[in-house]
Design a protein around this ligand. Structure first.
Ligand code: HEC
Length: 121
């Protein structure tokens, strides 16, 4: 009787363990898919709204970028700005940099800050 119950418990443990593991695997896969998706989406926003001036990699290797003498977004000077400072620059603009707070949601601007961090080498 006692042995039977033990066996049943460990059977249950095996099944539950199995599903928990499977559930974890599914979660990990989902998280992976989601993060590549958001990364791709951030890159799309950047490409559509920013790359004309700042260049595809933030290096400002575009005609406009060279004319405006932009610093590379990957440079230490830009990377040392805080997330908040980057957020404000993108939202409000600065000198010839247009503001984006009317065109993008604050979530999208936050994502762009992340995108700029990802440009850092
Ligand atoms: C019309 C061209 C133009 C577009 C489009 C543009 N920028 Fe800029 N950006 C500028 C200019 C010019 C500056 C330099 C502003 C200054 O004089 O301080 C700048 C500066 C910046 C800075 C500060 C970098 C530094 O050197 O201190 C960040 C960060 C930035 N832009 C991010 C973005 C993002 C993100 C987007 C897209 C949402 C974007 N910019 C779109 C022209 C542009």
């Amino acid at each position: 009787m006692e042995a039977g119950r033990l066996q049943k418990n460990s059977m249950l443990g095996l099944i539950l363990g199995g599903t928990a593991l499977r559930r974890l695997a599914v979660l990990v896969l989902l998280a992976l898919a989601l993060s590549t998706y958001t990364l791709a989406e951030n890159a799309d926003t950047y490409k559509a709204k920013c790359s004309a001036c700042h260049g595809a990699n933030g290096e400002a290797d575009t005609m406009i970028g060279r004319n405006l003498k932009l610093r590379s977004l990957a440079s230490p000077e830009v990377q040392k700005l805080s997330d908040d400072e980057l957020f404000v620059i993108i939202s409000k603009g600065r000198n010839k940099m247009p503001s984006f707070d009317k065109k993008l949601s604050s979530d999208q601007i936050h994502d762009l800050v992340k995108h700029i961090r990802a440009l850092k080498k």
